[in-house]
Design a protein. Structure first.
Length: 464
């Protein structure tokens, strides 16, 4: 139960928050209430309740640093602020702090709830905004073009084709376009989807029909879903290659949107020049606009990316640890962030500072990754599949050779963090071929138990 002093302190805190945070978050600020009196200790955490789930998400992900700083300035209490959802607050007649413009706040809150529903319809992830994207030399061109498109959708650079290897920020940049358009042009309809999801929904519409009328109705709904929008964002477009029915539907959807002046954005894990199977007429559509490639970020950019990710995750790290992680994980930002997530979680559980030594310990970097070489991988894979090591580097297409080669490429990438150009040089293959084989096997291993067993057996042999 809050006493008079607590209520006064809380109101002062809310007033200061209103001054520091953007005006559109005011309705969410007004819905906040403290879960406990200020004097009660809760393992260094101060819990704040709210009935607005979307508001919690925004405040937690985008404004936590300012909230914690304001809390300390007002209360002189060093606490980590955390939010909890409390649906019962919706039934309360009066918040702790009333305002004279209550009607305006309620209307704004309603609009923000509508915005939450719009985000859900669009399929956008709130963290993938321009504000959270770390621009480097590797992404400068793509970033600037994306910004221009978000300011004037459908006017120029249509379509935009973003290409780059896995985990470099294509999805982030694509969704950032959607977020900014949604903020600047709230009346526009936006849809983000993955090519595989697009294809699966298409096949589902075709295969679950009872008769021609049913087919026509289901296809009408499917097409309306993707053609009634003002901005269509399709991720992993390389998935459609060779899938003729999906390619045809993408082609017709493209034409319908493009000629209506709607904005189209594609993202692919390989450049247009590496598409070998798509029809010429679809390739020409992709080439009508502009292709922007995202390459592997340099060391300093990777360090900035992981430091920013750490701040958003509420577990900041030192420059030394950020640089160490950036030096260790060179080619895949998702892998870099995954390593940070594991290390920071273990450090939090043990209640210790995340130093470089602790990072090495938590990520077990002193084991396999530092002991083996690409020669070890080639020899192990050759022995496992009962072939000569030289055959892996040849152009032989025998089943055992192909299997040994693809596992050797996969393990070299996963265990040694070698870049695709380096792997291409080692395996005497085209860069695009190496990237394709690695990503295909990675996806296959995720769903195939037998392949998972083979991978673990190879890793165990390498560890001996």
């Amino acid at each position: 139960m809050l006493d008079k002093k607590d209520i006064e302190l809380w109101n002062k805190f809310l007033i200061e928050l209103e001054k520091r945070l953007p005006g559109f978050v005011k309705p969410w600020i007004m819905s906040l209430e403290p879960a406990l009196p200020f004097s009660e200790e809760n393992n260094g955490i101060f819990l704040i309740k709210s009935s607005q789930s979307f508001g919690i998400q925004v405040l937690q992900q985008k404004h936590l640093k300012e909230i914690e700083e304001t809390f300390f300035e007002v209360t002189n209490l060093k606490r980590a602020v955390r939010f909890v959802l409390d649906e019962s607050l919706k039934t309360k007649k009066k918040p702790i702090k009333q305002t004279v413009d209550e009607k305006s706040h309620i209307e704004t809150a309603r609009k923000m709830e509508d915005l939450a529903q719009m985000h859900s319809f669009c399929g956008l992830n709130l963290k993938y905004t321009f504000e959270n994207f770390i621009e480097g030399e590797n992404s400068k061109f793509a970033y600037r073009i994306a910004q221009l498109i978000a300011e004037s959708p459908g006017q120029k650079y249509n379509p935009l084709f973003i290409s780059g290897s896995v985990g470099l920020g294509k999805t982030h940049l694509m969704q950032a376009i959607g977020h900014k358009i949604l903020r600047n042009f709230p009346n526009l309809k936006i849809r983000y989807t993955k090519a595989e999801e697009f294809g699966n929904k298409l096949i589902e519409s075709l295969n679950t029909c009872k008769n021609t009328l049913d087919l026509n109705e289901k296809m009408r709904k499917f097409r309306q879903m993707h053609r009634s929008v003002d901005v269509l964002l399709i991720d992993d477009i390389q998935w459609i290659e060779g899938k003729k029915r999906t390619e045809e539907e993408i082609f017709n959807t493209f034409d319908a949107l493009y000629h209506a002046g709607k904005q189209i954005v594609f993202a692919s894990d390989r450049p247009l020049s590496a598409f070998e199977l798509i029809p010429d007429r679809l390739r020409s559509r992709f080439e009508w606009g502009i292709e922007a490639q995202i390459t592997i970020p340099d060391l300093q950019t990777r360090a900035e990316i992981i430091k920013h990710h750490a701040i958003l995750s509420n577990f900041p790290i030192s420059n030394e640890v950020a640089l160490f992680l950036a030096q260790t994980y060179k080619t895949n930002i998702r892998e870099l962030e995954g390593a940070y997530n594991k290390a920071s979680a273990l450090a939090s559980i043990e209640g210790v500072e995340l130093t470089v030594d602790k990072t090495v310990e938590f990520l077990e970097l002193d084991k396999i990754k530092k002991q083996i070489t690409i020669a070890d991988i080639l020899e192990t894979c050759a022995r496992y599949f009962s072939i000569d090591k030289e055959e892996i580097l040849s152009s032989a297409r025998a089943k055992e050779v192909v299997n040994a080669r693809k596992y050797a490429i996969y393990l070299s990438r996963e265990l040694l963090n070698l870049s695709y150009p380096m792997l291409a040089k080692e395996f005497q293959k085209n860069h695009t071929t190496i990237m394709y084989q690695h990503e295909k096997l990675k996806k296959d291993i995720a769903v195939n138990k037998a392949m998972q067993i083979v991978t673990e057996e190879l890793k165990n042999l390498l560890a001996k």
